[in-house]
Design a protein around this ligand. Structure first.
Ligand code: OAD
Ligand code: ZN
Length: 241
């Protein structure tokens, strides 16, 4: 741990890539692994354009339930450390797969939510975006308040492409980052894993935080085994308040 703390104080450009595991201690279930199901459904079954086409009501009910869980959750000590990192490192970026908004609620501003945000919907016909707030929807499935067409969650679903502009900006940061943290992701989705791999091949020192080994562990320089809400505060202790 002491060696690693030294490394943190010696580097200026740092990226943090997070997955569902960082929000687990805030009470939000992960997608995979023990207790990793939302109600009785797997993400792969409902987070797809096909599922939405087949049954928009069911998909909206699932997202409405999940948004309720996210609205009640609070950032945990791991999110707080990631927030402190943003003001400590001169160059910093959070790339999160999480749609729960907890990094923003912890205070982070330099952040890309590469899978979207559960508190936002968008129209399937016009360019309208709808802010959903914390309360359950009054009407399911949600309709666009501008043109009346069906609205959908503003989420990148399985089989859909990522926002190219956001990816470019992530990759340009990762090309020269000195350190990358990979926190709480199972490494089952290829785009984020490739981002971490890219940073590592470009010379970044990679630190993974996870209770379990993952596909990222193969190329990480340091694997810190444990819960993010315990490991990160220990690592950050004595570095900044
Ligand atoms: P997963 O559910 O696949 O993996 C969660 C990871 O968190 C696992 O590796 C756990 O071991 C780890 N974990 C559990 N508790 C932890 C803790 N307290 N501290 C640190 N790590 C912990 O979640 P993701 O990798 O984020 O996509 O999944 C990737 C994407 O698949 C998600 O963004 C989602 C899903 O389909 C969309 O919503 C579009
Ligand atoms: Zn519309």
């Amino acid at each position: 741990m002491e060696e690693l703390k030294k490394l943190l104080t010696q580097n200026k450009k740092v990226a943090v890539l997070t997955g569902a595991g960082i929000s687990h201690e805030s009470g939000i279930p992960t997608f995979r692994g023990a207790g990793g199901y939302w109600k009785q459904y797997k993400a792969e079954e409902l987070a797809t354009p096909e599922a939405f086409q087949r049954d928009p009501k069911l998909v909206w009910e699932w997202y409405d339930y999940r948004r309720g869980v996210c609205a009640k959750a609070k950032p945990n000590p791991a999110h707080e450390v990631v927030f402190k990192m943003e003001s400590y490192f001169p160059e910093f970026l959070v790339i999160t797969q999480n749609v729960d908004g907890l990094h923003r609620r912890a205070g982070n501003k330099k952040i890309f939510e590469i899978h979207g945000n559960i508190f936002t919907a968008r129209c399937t016909s016009c360019s309208n975006r709808i802010s959903l707030g914390d309360e359950p929807l009054k009407e399911i499935p949600l309709k666009c308040n501008v043109c009346g067409s069906l609205a959908r969650p503003h989420i990148v679903w399985f089989g859909e492409s990522y926002d190219g502009d956001i990816l470019d900006q992530c990759y340009s940061f990762l090309a020269t980052t000195e350190l990358i943290f990979v926190i709480g992701t199972s490494g089952q989705v290829s785009v984020p894993v490739n981002m971490a791999k890219y940073a590592a091949t470009k010379g970044a020192y990679c630190i993974e935080v996870n209770p379990e080994e993952t596909s990222v562990t193969d190329f990480t320089d340091t694997f810190l085994q444990g819960k993010a809400g315990e490991v990160l505060p220990q690592l950050w202790e004595g570095i900044s308040n």
